[in-house]
Design a protein around this ligand. Structure first.
Ligand code: FAD
Length: 166
């Protein structure tokens, strides 16, 4: 039998980055809700689509359905404290700084910002898959925060000349 623990242990061996997903009812910091998520993936290049999977138990699940838009901030390696904060594992509100882009709140200092409009929400077991069209994106160079087997890691990027050009 495949248990939730087996799923966690096996799938935790798939390396991911770490994001903060954000929504807001209006362009006001007081209306923002954020949540740490690594169940995030690129879906389509043309049209540009991404996907975020939220637990039906998370407040974020209903917030995304209500707001119809969400932001994704892909974290840099020095932003582990923020990811703990938005996972409810540490309370560090002083570290939280939002920047607004296209009416969507995003986390200052992240490597990538995506402003998305929800085009579909699919129920999937105890999660919901929220497909978002990327309305606009911004990115910077730097080392990402990495999550593997339940721990945060940092990835030392190879020198630029060593990169394969995919
Ligand atoms: P809450 O638990 O109420 O909020 C989360 C935290 O964010 C709280 O501490 C809250 O104070 C803070 N916060 C929210 N809004 C603001 C704001 N405006 N200003 C300051 N602080 C604010 N869960 C998933 O469903 N999908 C995933 O892909 C996923 N991936 C994860 C990856 C990692 C590495 C980790 C550590 C956790 C992951 N989780 C994921 C679990 C998820 O982050 C937690 O269960 C989270 O607590 C659920 O958030 P919530 O929406 O229920 O809101």
């Amino acid at each position: 039998m495949v248990t939730a623990l087996h799923m966690r242990k096996a799938l935790g061996r798939f390396v991911s980055g770490v994001t903060i997903v954000t929504t807001a009812e209006c362009e006001d910091n007081d209306s923002v809700h954020g949540m740490t998520a690594n169940a995030f993936t690129s879906v389509s290049l043309d049209p540009p689509l991404v996907l975020v999977s939220t637990s039906t138990r998370a407040k974020m699940d209903s917030r995304i359905k209500e707001c119809g838009r969400y932001g994704v901030s892909i974290l840099a390696c020095d932003q582990e404290p923020l990811s703990l904060h938005f996972a409810g594992a540490a309370n560090q509100p002083d570290l939280v700084r939002f920047v607004w882009r296209k009416g969507v709140p995003l986390l200052e200092g992240a490597l990538v910002h995506l402003a998305c409009t929800v085009v579909d929400s699919h129920p999937a077991g105890d999660h919901t898959l929220h497909v978002g069209r990327v309305d606009q994106l911004w990115y910077d160079d730097g080392n990402p925060l990495v999550f593997y087997t339940g721990s945060f890691r940092s990835l030392e990027l190879l020198g630029r000349d060593d990169h394969m050009g995919f």
